[in-house]
Design a protein around this ligand. Structure first.
Ligand SMILES: Nc1ncnc2c1ncn2[C@@H]1O[C@H](COP(=O)(O)OP(=O)(O)OP(=O)(O)O)[C@@H](O)[C@H]1O
Length: 224
């Protein structure tokens, strides 16, 4: 459903993506990698926001993107943001209210987006991405700024949606997705360094990731 073939993207001599070929079907898929490894660039290429230098991508027409930095109307309230997006995509009231309930946005619905806490703004951004019930949903650092209970709720929402859609979560918090993910893809320096299905990882995704990245962990002994 989401596919990249031989995708390369370079910025002024920095290779952000290096001949990346990946494919994701229905279910919840995690993409991890160190800072600067190319995760956001790959998500942006899928979304059509960044044009690759070489290679092709294939995505469904109905595509949702919850951004690393939430992309909401800052001067509108939660409800007004939902109203604007719902009318743009033709979302019905029942689905809109289900998203408000599932993401616990109710208590803040009359608050202006700019006054929301970082976590609530993140949840609002996800609700906006889900309003059109996209066939594929990309979540860029979905758990950043969320407290542990809210993180679990967001993972539960993503997991439920992934039952019959493709959900791609770009994350540094693999433990939070340990009971939910179907595949793990690790990017290092813009290239795919590891790809596993969940059943291949008996010790969980974080352990596989740490093993793969062991060579880049610092070893300072007792000193600084
Ligand atoms: N618009 C841009 N202009 C120049 N360089 C860029 C641009 N976008 C990304 N890069 C570079 O491409 C590389 C990959 O960046 P990207 O944001 O995709 O990584 P990431 O894995 O999402 O990182 P993080 O985990 O820190 O969010 C980095 O070296 C980054 O500096």
């Amino acid at each position: 459903m989401l596919e990249a073939n031989g995708v390369t993207k370079t910025y002024d001599g920095t290779t952000a993506l290096d001949d990346v070929s990946v494919s994701f079907g229905e279910g919840l898929h995690c993409v991890a990698g160190p800072n600067g490894s190319g995760k956001t660039t790959l998500m942006r290429v899928f979304a059509g926001l960044t044009r690759p230098d070489t290679g092709t991508v294939s995505t469904p027409e109905s595509f949702g993107y919850a951004f690393q930095v939430p992309n909401v109307y800052p001067d509108l309230t939660v409800d007004e943001n939902l109203d604007v997006f719902a009318s743009l995509v033709g979302a019905d009231d029942a689905w809109r209210e289900r998203l408000v309930e599932r993401l616990r946005l109710g208590p803040e619905r009359d608050r202006t987006a700019t006054d929301l806490s970082g976590g609530y703004r993140k949840k609002l951004d996800l609700a906006l991405a889900l309003l059109k019930r996209p066939d594929a949903l990309v979540l860029d650092e979905p758990l950043a700024d969320l407290d542990p209970a809210t993180s679990r709720r967001l993972v539960a929402v993503a997991t439920a949606y992934a039952e019959d859609h493709c959900v791609l979560a770009c994350t540094h918090n693999l433990d939070a997705f340990a009971d939910a993910y179907e595949t793990l893809t690790v990017l290092v320096d813009g290239a795919v360094r590891g790809e596993w299905a969940r059943e291949e990882l008996s010790d969980g995704p974080a352990s596989a990731y740490d093993g793969l990245l062991a060579d880049v962990q610092p070893n300072w002994g007792n000193g600084f």
